[in-house]
Ligand binder design. Structure first.
Ligand code: ADP
Ligand code: MG
Length: 322
């Protein structure tokens, strides 16, 4: 096991900065989940750590050792990709053993590592099958098994569940969580799925256009997003954001916007200040009279276990969970 430290890490391709000045320290045994929209540089960041891509700036440290000048094989990391990249002509056992055979480990050692990983991933009964005889979820477990048998200091996961359908994704997500608890291997897990991020992460790092926006525990990010981007990225449906101005009225402070005037804590901001009010649909409730906000119902979506009501408040659309 090992810590991972990224210091001022950067990568520019052509004229375009893809990863910008990333500082990040990941604890021994920690599961850090890196999230962000498509194209924001998540895969590139993992490839920098693994050594598949050369850093343009900064340093990478793994287990107290500087590795950014070392070739991938000497960094002691194992990457699990979105595409499983299994060898189609090999059995599950051969796929699991392949990397160890290349490294010329003794046969008995290879066998025991393969058996152990297979047991951990519930693949024992499938060891003599070939990839085409496996379901998507089973293939993904073989891909993870190949990383596990190497016993690396760090796992790098690049959207490993994104090719699975929703039901299977939920199932493998839980297995991954249990696996991490058992092995305790330091991991960087990339996803654009906020449910995966919230449920798997010890800490979440949010990336936007190659720049870190915020790093913290899942609920801290959910409750105290550092900026509007993070606020909009975590939580479904997204947070309502209402433009307003702070106004002092007879010793009371209010956020006044189009169609509403909400009380603010005294001294929270200077009167005259422009604000963005962020309110999650789940933190609002509907009342027939005397509410703080009032609006016209424009649409209702009933999901069975909950419903969402779309209100028009002045010029603002406000979603309420009901
Ligand atoms: N080899 C490359 N050459 C040119 N542009 C690239 C290359 N690799 C990635 N990019 C660009 O870098 C950005 C980040 O890509 P990527 O790291 O794959 O994002 P993500 O994994 O978050 O979707 C994208 O705009 C992509 O087009
Ligand atoms: Mg990617």
């Amino acid at each position: 096991m090992a810590t991972v430290e990224l210091k001022g890490l950067g990568k520019t391709i052509g004229q375009t900065p893809i990863v910008r000045d990333v500082d990040l320290a990941i604890g021994d045994g920690e599961m850090l989940v890196l999230v962000g929209p498509s194209g924001c540089g998540k895969t590139t960041l993992l490839r920098l750590v693994s050594g598949l891509e050369e850093a343009g700036a900064g340093e990478i440290w793994i287990g107290g050792r500087r590795v950014d000048r070392l070739p991938p094989a000497r960094r002691d990391v194992a990457m699990v990709f979105q595409s499983y990249a299994l060898y189609p002509h090999m059995t599950v056992r051969e796929n699991l053993a392949f990397g160890l055979t290349l490294r010329k480990l003794p046969r008995a050692e290879i066998d025991s590592r393969v058996e152990e990983a297979a047991a951990l991933l519930e693949l024992t009964a499938l060891l003599s099958r070939r990839p085409r005889q496996l379901s998507g979820g089973q293939r993904q477990r073989v891909a993870m098994g190949r990383a596990i048998v190497r016993r690396p200091a760090v796992f790098l996961f690049d959207e490993p569940l994104s090719n699975l359908d929703a039901a299977l994704r939920a199932q493998v997500r839980v297995q991954l969580q249990q696996l991490h608890r058992r092995l305790g291997t330091t991991s960087i897990y990339v996803t654009h799925d906020q449910v995966e991020a919230m449920t798997l992460a010890d800490r979440i790092a949010v990336l936007r256009a190659g720049e870190l926006q915020q790093v913290g525990r899942p609920l801290d990010l959910y409750r105290q997003p550092a900026n509007r981007f993070v606020a909009g990225f975590l939580g479904s449906p997204a947070m309502n954001v209402l433009p307003a101005t702070a106004r002092g009225q007879g010793g009371e402070l209010r956020a006044v916007g189009d169609g509403f005037a909400l009380p603010l804590p005294a001294g929270a901001v200077a009167p005259g200040r422009e604000l963005l009010l962020g309110v999650r649909p789940h933190d609002l409730s509907l009342v027939l009279e005397g509410g703080a906000l009032s609006g016209l119902v424009e649409a209702v979506e009933i999901l069975g276990w909950e419903a969402f009501v779309q209100l028009r408040v002045g010029g603002n659309a406000v979603l309420v969970r009901a």
